[in-house]
Design a protein around this ligand. Structure first.
Ligand code: ACO
Length: 324
């Protein structure tokens, strides 16, 4: 399919760690409940750094690793559901911070599917543009949209950022399939940052930005059905079998979801790496954080077949097959 190649990966995790035991001091919960239901042991919380700060650190790291002159970047996309502001886009702030003067920059809003949606957008930008260079970063400061008194959602989320450099410069094909789907009729199943229009003028109250709300069981059911469907469709599109996939890099929302998907796909759990214990659900950042870890520790090697799969708010789902 497309010739875009993942050239580098990098991540930045804010240093402050909050354990399940820390949370049990704030709300009626326990390490036992959170671990059993989600697989999460701790998460990182950003103090004093916003989404663009995390993403800028990733961007600088990517440039340093690649030695690419910053002005050779043509495109910067940030996948986020927790941008610094409605406008400017977080990607524009990153572009300004690193001085990527030639890069068109904007955000993609597809929650936990943001990274795979962003990869699809990059591939379409790159079609027919030999030599084009892009940066795709998933970055989230979800802690600012969590209601820290609401145990049903507060225990799930964490902050972090990670990204990739992509280039269209090779004779080989790297993105073998891309299957994206949106179920907007279920948009109320997961919300964050909701606003209300004015009901009177002049207004008597100032704008409120609402925290996370989630129908956890509905999202769980959605993920365990929609992800396998898109994996099967992507394998068909790529002309490969599910057995040929080396690693399934799935969005880290819940270890139980990942295990249920592995079982449904009749694949060994070892092919489904998990790092949710350390980070919680970092939405658009979760897949690139996991990808970077697996590349850096040598588990993912050049030439291997990867499934990247995200699901979440929208509701959205997306799966890609990459030859790394
Ligand atoms: N600690 C202790 N008890 C809790 C907690 C907590 N943190 N949260 C809820 N409970 C209680 C509930 O009040 C309920 O008590 P009750 O039976 O007395 O009413 C009980 O635990 C069971 O609650 P459920 O919500 O039914 O628990 P469930 O087994 O469904 O697990 C969970 C909840 C972990 C949220 C699960 O539904 C899930 O993982 N869903 C998917 C969520 C997800 O992936 N979200 C992210 C999508 S990605 C994105 O776009 C951001």
């Amino acid at each position: 399919m497309e010739k875009l190649k993942i050239v580098e990966t990098a991540s930045y995790i804010p240093p402050k760690t909050v354990t399940n035991d820390d949370l049990s001091q704030l709300m009626e919960t326990s390490d036992e409940w959170i671990t059993a239901r989600t697989g999460i042991k701790e998460r990182h919380i950003s103090l004093g750094e916003n989404t663009s700060d995390l993403c800028t650190k990733v961007a600088s790291q990517l440039l340093q690793q690649s030695s690419w002159p910053v002005e050779t970047l043509d495109l910067i996309i940030v996948a986020t559901m927790s941008p610094d502001s409605f406008t400017p886009a977080t990607a524009a702030i990153v572009q300004g911070n690193i001085g990527a003067v030639n890069a068109v920059s904007f955000d993609v809003s597809a929650a936990c599917s943001g990274f795979v949606y962003g990869l699809d957008v990059v591939s379409k930008f790159m079609t027919g543009r030999q030599g084009m260079r892009a940066m795709l970063i998933g970055g989230e400061v979800l802690s600012k949209v969590v209601d820290w008194t609401e145990r049903g959602t507060a225990v799930l989320f964490g902050d972090g950022a990670a990204g990739v450099l992509l280039e269209n410069n090779s004779a080989d094909s790297y993105l073998l399939a891309s299957v994206l789907k949106t179920y907007g009729d279920q948009h109320e199943k997961l919300t964050a940052g909701q606003t209300q229009p004015l009901t009177e003028f002049p207004p008597q109250t100032s704008t409120v930005i609402h925290p996370f709300t989630m129908n956890g069981q509905a999202v769980y059911k959605f993920a365990t059905h929609a992800v396998p469907e898109t994996i099967i469709a992507a394998c068909q599109q790529a002309g490969v079998t599910v057995d040929q996939i080396d690693h399934f890099v799935l969005h880290q929302a819940n270890a139980r979801i990942v295990k249920a998907i592995a079982k449904r796909m009749k694949q060994p759990l070892e092919k489904f790496p998990l790092n949710i214990a350390k980070y919680g659900n970092t939405s658009g950042a979760s897949e690139p954080i996991l990808l970077d870890e697996l590349v850096k520790n040598g588990q993912i090697k050049r030439g291997q077949l990867l499934v990247l799969s995200g699901f979440g708010g929208g509701l959205t789902v997306g799966t890609q097959i990459i030859k790394y």
